[in-house]
Design a protein around this ligand. Structure first.
Ligand code: CMP
Length: 142
């Protein structure tokens, strides 16, 4: 099924010049970039985006890291885009990520883990409009 998902290239990936290499992995896997935006999140933005984690012990460090520098938000479209993006990213903790995954190759810690990807189509439908208005996205083919 053709789906859309939201990915974020996190501040570590942007500061280490890994934007192009990570997007290339998505494109090589037949995911289409249908929205792209670079911005620096305020702590309030990061808190709002990650509000489902607000009671987790890692919430404060997650918010502080995600607002520490520019990020790139991507809307990706393709066959099984949510699960495909998650398998390309690898495990949340880069030490546990399979060889050849984005996090194994580009990430250094569970906070600075290079990329985010929506964990379900339901969350993708919430996360994409957090960053993109309808007019910011490429229209789906008829
Ligand atoms: P992400 O996929 O962006 O979703 C939530 C983020 O919280 C996760 O990636 C990690 O970067 C960060 N995080 C920090 N500690 C943990 C943890 N113990 N478990 C899950 N996520 C964590």
């Amino acid at each position: 099924m053709i789906e859309r998902t939201l990915s974020i290239l996190k501040p570590d990936a942007v500061s280490k010049n890994h934007i192009g290499q990570i997007i290339a992995r998505f494109e090589k896997a037949q995911l289409k970039v249908v929205g792209l935006k670079m911005q620096t999140l305020t702590p309030e933005d990061a808190k709002a985006f990650y509000r489902i984690h607000q009671n987790q012990p890692f919430f404060e460090s997650l918010v502080s890291f995600m607002s520490s520098g520019p990020i790139v938000a991507l809307a990706l479209e393709g066959e099984n885009a949510v699960s495909k993006t998650r398998s390309l990213m690898g495990a949340t903790d880069p030490k546990k990520a399979d060889p050849g995954t984005i996090r194994a190759d580009f990430a250094e810690s569970i906070d600075a883990n290079a990329v985010h990807g929506s964990d379900s189509p339901e969350n993708a439908a919430i996360e994409i409009p957090f960053f993109f208005r309808t007019l910011d996205l490429v229209l789906s083919s008829p």
